[in-house]
Design a protein around this ligand. Sequence first.
Ligand SMILES: [Zn+2]
Ligand SMILES: [Zn+2]
Length: 370
Amino acid sequence: MKSLAALIRESGAPLPYARSRPLEIVEIDLAPPRAGEVLVKIESAGICHSDLSVVNGTRQRPLPLVGGHESAGVVVELGAAVKNLKVGDHVTSIFLPSCGTCSECLWGTPAFCSIGAASNARGEMIEGGSRISFNNAPVNHYNGVSCYSQYAVLDERSLIKLPDDIPFDIAALFGCALLTGIGAVRNSAHTKEGQSLGVWGLGGVGLSALIGAVISKASPIFAIDPVASKRELALSLGADFALDPRENLRDQLPAGVGVAIECAGRADTLKSAYEATSRGGITVTVGLPPASEMFSISALSLVSDVKTIRGSYLGSANPRVDIPEFVDFWRAGKLPVEKLLTSVSPMSQVNETMDALQSAQVVRQVIHPY
Ligand SMILES: [Zn+2]
Ligand SMILES: [Zn+2]
């Protein structure tokens, strides 16, 4: 079938993207879903920093590709072997399909699935190959999702069914921003009630981490970002202190924070987060800095201050457990996702949304591809 989609042929286009237009809206061909796959009508797709990283070239992915890895939509067609979804189901996408059979999956850590990570790196579906073509040439998938498109073929294992009453623009954020941010606080740091916590970098993931910190009853909660409007938003979401990165957290809390969550994707921010971590505390890093950036610390401090540094991918989550919990949180009013939504735009404005994200003045934008 035909679908309008945002195609990236080359990374590293000059700014502003509104002029260079690295995301081209073209009519792609979608092959029918194979046995375990599903055709989804995309209703809402998030503009995440890792999409921008493909556009600006800090993250290398096989090109050309159809962008987008955070979405919500409706199932419109099923492959012959799909077991857990039916036509009409509302779904949110997960940017790492888990195979269910590799050692990581069997050990209960589907966020680390090695088979899904390998197919993502190749730009293929987890069952192999591409279902997307343009002018008769194959196009790569982005993390098995490629949701900057009116329709997308996804593996059943890349989708979580949601209740029908959750707005698509809210549900779109469940699979990346919320899973990554809340997961870092709960699954990676195992934050306890009353534990002090700081979040560095207040984008969609960072503010989701802050929401997770409030749910976990961390106290006090620090939010650190150079943009004043994001610090204001953090205070309205429950942060006790909002600091500019030039301020020293230890002026407010001399011992430092027990849990430091780095979401800025910069090695120097990770260093600041580590230095603000208390004795016995944990620094969790979620951001994706450019592959060339190095991170150096006092080797002695790890032992003498009994610190832990942990990387967190996909919030170290089990999406089939965590996302239904988000639904419960949302119903209980504990997930003010609408406060993270900066704007809703048509897909034709996708390049403009990338400029806005690059400017660091926005939290989460979504696009509607219809
Ligand atoms: Zn993302
Ligand atoms: Zn696996």
